[in-house]
Structures are given as structure tokens and as C-alpha cells.
Design a binder for this molecule. Structure first.
Ligand SMILES: CN1c2c(nc(N)[nH]c2=O)NC[C@@H]1CNc1ccc(C(=O)N[C@@H](CCC(=O)N[C@@H](CCC(=O)N[C@@H](CCC(=O)O)C(=O)O)C(=O)O)C(=O)O)cc1
Ligand SMILES: N[C@@H](CCS)C(=O)O
Ligand SMILES: [Zn+2]
Length: 744
């Protein structure tokens, strides 16, 4: 009989218990002991959910206090010198200092860089390697969790990130691959410890096998796994890949001396049959057939037909699973109280996906009428790109510049922010009260207006040049638009971890999308009525709304994207007619949506860039279009960014020490339009010093022509307190003034 398992389970808790416990601990309201207990309870309940559902294996090692990659950095001793202070006394606080630059104990430091996990909306902490990097194993957390699960009576399968993927994700050395020989002994030692605990199977995640790998990385797999496989003794290794077809790496994956291979049958269904043919006599094939990244119920009948012949041939060497870790799914549909039954019955969250796997396992034991079902790879964007051929603005950037300069009269190095201001406890409480009908709509709107007025007042005092209304009306930059547009359904408890304690609730695209009425015009107009300075209109772009929602599976993503772009174009034109002449259209997820394989990039960009331009192609030359992107490696997509044709782009670059900026400066002709490289990191609670900001700005001015340079933080300020925002922006504005004077 086929076996069932998952690659990982969400760790936030069914009601985001982990988030609440972490944040209370960071605020100093609870003890570390209380936090540890909450973590233990979440792990216990996650394992119980898996065994109650009837899975054959319970996955351990997927829990993290902040991030699973950071877990591995600590496990292998990859900890920069700046984090060593106080580590011996308080390891968990050291972990939090690595993650967020600050913990209840110890001195604040610059946090580790954070970036996107493959093409998802999850962010990991980048391992920082040095040329003298040494590795040493400290696996106590993992061994403890294995013991914890064993005490609970579970049949445990730990998950560990594979050595090649771990090295690939790190930065700081020219060739991380050179570090492989010194890292591998940690794996050997770890396997022996796990075997001593009676563990039979270890899942080794190597998602980079789904990327276009340089040849030396491909061959490194062979050497590394030869060693690992030989050293694993009685332990069985399951090599897990996900998010992408393996293509030229498929044969490589199955030729490695591992005991099983997992493939993502949602992203690479066309490889399932080849995978079966490549399978060694004793190897296990794990088929990820339940979508770990979407919320629609799986088509179990289809998978029964597809897998039945394999199940007959392979018996318990066929494992069935979700395509990837369920980290990317909301936790439990049973906690949804607001969705109508006819919608709910179409959905499956992580806990329901466990049930789906067990149902499929039992279907595979039953007779099936026909056994032939053809699996097709994903369709291309079809006609959408055709419809988007002519989306450029009438005047080019160089023609727009003098018209905009005349209208806006901005100083050299204009200062601005990215859009959101603190979402305070009070603001969230008032929103909750409104949602629960505890206060009237009138009171709610009045509260929002007061928040906007306060945001404008503060920005005027600070002396910023281009103001924002502060996004007080938004719970989230995507969820809010999902709530306002027809065609979306929003959930009550569909939370998914984005980074650390922060979660998002992606709306679900249920049907065709349209705009029943104007969305932001009233808020922006109100803010503009309070000041003579320009107020930037603030929209989330079509690609980001699409990428941060749960998409339909019956039409191509490009079709939904164009529908969203049509709705946003109406909004842009309404803002312009209402006198809002600077409009920012955020596209932080443009990079994230780029397919992992280069051969698919052109198709994606043809519709994604086209949809962005479509939203603003009809505005006047004097209307200044901004866009914003954060937490991505822009190098590979510079041409696409340039073709967005925004007048100004603000980007994250502070946390990676301006490394990302090189992508913009390195082009032979430079980035052709205006650019605001974020000069400080908003994800850390640390307030940047004025001198530090002056230095950074000067460094930037060496590579970006000053007449095209803007000054801003690297992302929205919604996660910060007003105290932090006030001090940081004051330092930022003064730093801009200092550099302006020096340059004059
Ligand atoms: C820019 N980023 C975003 C990404 N994806 C998005 N969809 N949105 C983004 O902004 N991806 C990349 C980055 C990731 N960054 C962040 C940054 C911040 C958050 C965040 O703060 N998330 C909040 C949840 C936001 C939200 O929807 N808040 C609701 C309130 C929700 C809630 O907890 N309600 C409680 C009551 C609260 C109270 O009474 O005080 C309840 O209902 O019980 C709102 O404002 O109404 C978070 O808390 O994690 C995410 C990603
Ligand atoms: N306008 C948004 C962008 C975040 S990426 C904000 O300021 O929060
Ligand atoms: Zn951002």
C-alpha cells in the first residue's frame, strides 16, 4: 500500500499562536519559558494532526522560531561575529538577534539579510559565509524535537535542508561550493545522531535541483551524495525537490545514492512517468500531488487514475504527499467561520490536505474504471500578451521629465516614504470592532480620517517632500484590494507565514475580476485636501495582487492579471481626475512571480510587464508614476524593470548593504529613470543614525546621478511604531538636507 507523508506543516498554529507568543516575548511581556512552551504545544499539535489524519510518517524539523534556513545556520555554526555576544547565556535571544537585529537580552545589531524563498511569498534569512568559514554541528534543537515526537509515540521522519541548497542560499564568498567539503562532515555526524535515535528516514530538501544550475553545482551533487549516501548507514534518505520541474536534473536526482526522491507533481506533472522509469529497484518515489501552494481541493479521482498503475507496481515504494511543504498553506479550514458552505466545500487548508492524502491512499487500494489519464504541463499565457502589445505611454520618460519638473517643483534628492505608516494596536482594534459590528461605519471612517490627518501632520512637521496618506484603511496591501474588487473571496483565518511572526491572508480569486466602484480615491483626495505638498496615490499593482492571492486553476494566471490590470487602470484614471498627480503602483511581487526556469521568463514578462504598463498607459505626461519593489534580487530582471517605464522606482537595498543597487548602477547606461534606493532597513526596530544615513546616501550618489536620486526608507512603515518612524524619518530628512547642501 502507498505510504503517506508531508514535506512540512505550517508552524504558526491554527490561530497564529506562535506569532502572538513571539511578539509578546519580544515586547518583554512574557518569559522565554512561556514562549518555549507555546512552541512545544504547536509542535505537539502539528504532529498529532498528522497522526490523527492517518499519515504513515510524521514530519519533524519543520518548526522554527523564525525561519528554517536560520535554524540550519545555527545548526552548522554559521553565525557572524557580530552575533556572538551573549550567545552562551541565551541561545534563543542570539537566534532572534540574527533574525531581527534585536532580542530581549543583548545589544541591538544589524540583522541578517532576508530574501524570498524561491518563488514564494515566504522570506528566509540569508546565511552569511566568510572566506574562513568553518562549520561545526550543534543539532540539539533537532534531536530534541525528534525525541519530543518519539515520546508522543510518533513514527518520525526529520527534514533537513540538503548541503547544496543550503550553500546555494548563502552569500559572502565568491564560491560557496568551495565550502562543501568542510560542511559535509556535519551531515555525516548528524545522520549518525539521528540513526542513534532510531530514525529510519530523513528527508533532505534540495529544491535547487529545479533551477538552471551551473555545471559545477550539478556535478557537486554527485560527489556530495556519494559521501553522504555512504555515510548514512542504516538511515534512508529521501531527496525532496519542489517548486519546479527537474528537467536536465531529473536523471541526476534519481542517479544519486539516495533511497527515495520526491517530485512536485503540481509544477512538474509531466515528469512523473519518467521519474517512475528512472526509479531504482529499491528506491521510493514520493509523488507530491496535493498542491501545497493553493487552497483548492485536490482532484483525487484524477490522481487515483494516474497513480493506480504505479501503486500496483511499487506498493509501499510509492509515497504520496503534498507538492511542497504546507508552510505555504493556511492551517485549518475548520477555523473558518465566515465563508459560505458552497465556497468552503471547494477548499482545503493544510489540515484538510492531510485528509486528502489519506483518502487518496485508500482510493489507490480500490478498483478504478480507467487507468489512462494524460498529464499536461502548464499552458502558456496565450492571447493575453497579444492584447497587451501597445501599452507604452504616449511620451517617453525624457519627454515627461521637464513636464513633471515644472509641475512638481521638487528639490534635489526629494524625500518620500513607501506608503504605509504604523498599523497601531488601536488602528487594528478599531478595524476589528468595525468588522464585528461593534462600532458603526461612520465611526470607523472617522477614525481612519483622523489617522490620515495625523499622518499628514507628522509628515509636514518632518519636512518630507512627497507625502502619503499612510494606508490606514488597509489591513494588507493585497487583501484590501481583494476585498474591494469583485471576483475575490477573502477568508477569516487563512493566514500564511510571510516572515518571522508576520503573516498574510491571501485573498482567493474565485471568478472574473472587476471594480464595482472607486477604491482609494476618497482617501487620497482627503489626504491631499489637508496639505499643499503633493500626496502620492497608492495602489498595489496587478502582478502583485495576482501573485499574493490564491489563483484560479481553471484559467491561466495572465488572464486574471489582465482583469486586475483593467480594474486598476480605472482606479489610476479616477485618481488622476481627482487631482492626484503622483501615483505609486507597487510591484514587490513582480520578481517573485518570475518562473524559476529561464526558458519561461520571456512568456511571464510579456504579460506581467504588459499588465503593469496597461494600468498607467493612459495617464498624462505630467502625472508621475512610481513603483516600488522590495526583498528580491533584481539583477536578473533589470530589463523587465526598465520596461515598466515608471518615472520613479523605490527599491529595498539597505538590508543587503546596497548590494542590490549594483544591478541598477552596473548597466552600461545606468537605470534610465529616477530611483530611490531605500537608505534604511524598516524591518529592524533599530533607528538609523543620521551620520550613517549621510554616508550611505553619499555612497549611493557615487553610482546614481543625483538629479535622478530620491531619498526614502526601503519599504512601508506599517510594522513599526510611531516613535521609531518619527526618529528614523527625522534622521532621513536631515541626512538628505545635509547631502543636498554639500552637493549644492
Ligand atoms: C510587503 N510585504 C507583504 C507581502 N505580502 C502581502 N500580502 N502583504 C505585504 O505587505 N509580502 C512581502 C512583504 C512581507 N511583509 C509583511 C509585513 C507585514 C505583515 C504584517 O504586518 N502582517 C500582519 C497582519 C496584517 C493584517 O492583515 N492585519 C489585520 C489584523 C489582523 C489581526 O491580527 N487581527 C486580530 C486582531 C488584532 C487586534 O485586535 O489588534 C484578529 O482579528 O483577531 C488588520 O490590520 O486589520 C501580521 O500581524 O502578521 C505581513 C507581511
Ligand atoms: N505601499 C506598501 C508597499 C509595501 S511592499 C507599503 O508601504 O506598505
Ligand atoms: Zn516593500
Amino acid at each position: 500500500m502507498a505510504q503517506t507523508h508531508i514535506l512540512g506543516y505550517p508552524r504558526i498554529g491554527a490561530n497564529r499562536e506562535l506569532k502572538k507568543a513571539q511578539e509578546a516575548y519580544w515586547r518583554g511581556e512574557t518569559s522565554q519559558q512561556q514562549l518555549l512552551q507555546e512552541g512545544e504545544e504547536i509542535r505537539r499539535s502539528n504532529w498529532q494532526a498528522q497522526s490523527d489524519a492517518g499519515l504513515d510518517w510524521v514530519t519533524v524539523g519543520d518548526f522554527a522560531w523564525y525561519d528554517q534556513v536560520l535554524n540550519h545556520s545555527l545548526m552548522f555554526g554559521v553565525v557572524g561575529d557580530r552575533f556572538s555576544e551573549g550567545a552562551a547565556e541565551n541561545k534563543l535571544d542570539q537566534y532572534f538577534r540574527l533574525a531581527r537585529g534585536r532580542a530581549p537580552s543583548g545589544q541591538p545589531v544589524a540583522a541578517s539579510a532576508m530574501t524570498k524563498w524561491f518563488d514564494t511569498n515566504y522570506h528566509y534569512l540569508v546565511p552569511e559565509f566568510t572566506d574562513q568559514q568553518a562549520f561545526s554541528l550543534d543539532s540539539e534543537w533537532l534531536l530534541d524535537e525528534v525525541r519530543e515526537a518519539q515520546v508522543q509515540g510518533q513514527k518520525v521522519k526529520p527534514v533537513v535542508m540538503g548541503p547544496l541548497t543550503y550553500l546555494w542560499l548563502g552569500r559572502g564568498v565568491d564560491s560557496a561550493l568551495a565550502l562543501l567539503p568542510s560542511l559535509l562532515p556535519c551531515y555525516t555526524q548528524l545522520f549518525s545522531q539521528l540513526a542513534d535515535l532510531g530514525v529510519e528516514w530523513v528527508q533532505l530538501d534540495e529544491p535547487i535541483l529545479g533551477l538552471d544550475l551551473p555545471e559545477e553545482w550539478r556535478s557537486a551533487f554527485i560527489g556530495a551524495y556519494k559521501g553522504i549516501g555512504a555515510d548514512s548507514g542504516s538511515l534512508n534518505l529521501l531527496l525532496a525537490t519542489y517548486f519546479s520541474p527537474l528537467r536536465e536534473n531529473l536523471q541526476l536526482a534519481f542517479s544519486l545514492p539516495v533511497d527515495g526522491v520526491h517530485i512536485d507533481c503540481i509544477r512538474a506533472s509531466e515528469e512523473l512517468n519518467t521519474a517512475r522509469d528512472l526509479l531504482g529497484d529499491k528506491q521510493v518515489l514520493s509523488a507530491g500531488v496535493v498542491n501545497g501552494r493553493n487552497i483548492w481541493r485536490a482532484d483525487l479521482d484524477k490522481w487515483q487514475r494516474v497513480l493506480k498503475p504505479m501503486a500496483e507496481k511499487l506498493g509501499d515504494r510509492l509515497w504520496i504527499s503534498a507538492s511542497c511543504s504546507l508552510l505555504h498553506s493556511p492551517v485549518d479550514l475548520d477555523t473558518e467561520t465566515s465563508l459560505p458552505v458552497e465556497q468552503k466545500q471547494k477548499l482545503a487548508y493544510a489540515r484538510q490536505k492531510l485528509d486528502e492524502l489519506v483518502q487518496l491512499q485508500s482510493l489507490l487500494d480500490q478498483e478504478v474504471s480507467t487507468t489512462v489519464t494524460e498529464l499536461k504541463s502548464g499552458d502558456k499565457s496565450g492571447s493575453v500578451a497579444q492584447q497587451l502589445r501597445d501599452t507604452w505611454r504616449e511620451q517617453g520618460y525624457l519627454e515627461r521629465v521637464p513636464v513633471q519638473a515644472e509641475r512638481w517643483q521638487l528639490p534635489l534628492l526629494p524625500t518620500t516614504t513607501i506608503g504605509s505608516f504604523p498599523q497601531t494596536d488601536l488602528l487594528r482594534k478599531v478595524r476589528r470592532q468595525y468588522r464585528n459590528s461593534e462600532i458603526s461605519e461612520k465611526d470607523y471612517l472617522e477614525h481612519l480620517r483622523a489617522e490620515i490627518a495625523e499622518a499628514i501632520r507628522r509628515q509636514e512637521i518632518l519636512g518630507l517632500d512627497v507625502l502619503v496618506h499612510g494606508e490606514a484603511e488597509r489591513n494588507d496591501m493585497v487583501e484590501y484590494f481583494g476585498e474591494q474588487l469583485d471576483g475575490f473571496v477573502h477568508t477569516g483565518n487563512g493566514w500564511v507565514q510571510s516572515y518571522g511572526s508576520r503573516c498574510v491572508k491571501p485573498p482567493i480569486i474565485f471568478g472574473d475580476i472587476s471594480r464595482p466602484q472607486a477604491i482609494t480615491v476618497e482617501w487620497s483626495s482627503y489626504a491631499q485636501s489637508l496639505t499643499k505638498k503633493p500626496v502620492k496615490g497608492m495602489l498595489t499593482g496587478p502582478v502583485t495582487i495576482l501573485n499574493w492571492s490564491f489563483p484560479r486553476e481553471d484559467i491561466h494566471r495572465s488572464e486574471s492579471c489582465l482583469q486586475i490590470a483593467r480594474a486598476l487602470r480605472e482606479e489610476v484614471l479616477d485618481l488622476e481626475s481627482a487631482g492626484i498627480g503622483i501615483i505609486q503602483i507597487d510591484e514587490p511581487a513582480l520578481r517573485e512571480g518570475v518562473p524559476l526556469r529561464e526558458s519561461e521568463h520571456a512568456d511571464y514578462f510579456s504579460w506581467a510587464v504588459g499588465c503593469f504598463r496597461y494600468t498607467c498607459s493612459e495617464v498624462k505626461a505630467e502625472t508621475q508614476i512610481h513603483t516600488h519593489m522590495c526583498y528580491s534580487n533584481f539583477n536578473a530582471i533589470m530589463d523587465a524593470i526598465v520596461s515598466l517605464d515608471a518615472d520613479v522606482i523605490t527599491i529595498e537595498s539597505a538590508r543587503s548593504d546596497l548590494r542590490l543597487l549594483s544591478a541598477f548602477a552596473d548597466r552600461s547606461d545606468g537605470y534610465p529613470n529616477e530611483i530611490g534606493p531605500g537608505i534604511y532597513d524598516i524591518h529592524s526596530p533599530n533607528v538609523p543614525e543620521r551620520g550613517e544615513l549621510v554616508d550611505r546616501l553619499k555612497k549611493i550618489a557615487e553610482v546614481v546621478p543625483v538629479e535622478r536620486l530620491w531619498v526614502n526608507p526601503d519599504c512601508g512603515l506599517k510594522t513599526r511604531s510611531w516613535a521609531e518612524v518619527g526618529s528614523s524619518l527625522l534622521n532621513m530628512v536631515e541626512a538628505a538636507r545635509t547631502v543636498r547642501t554639500e552637493l549644492a
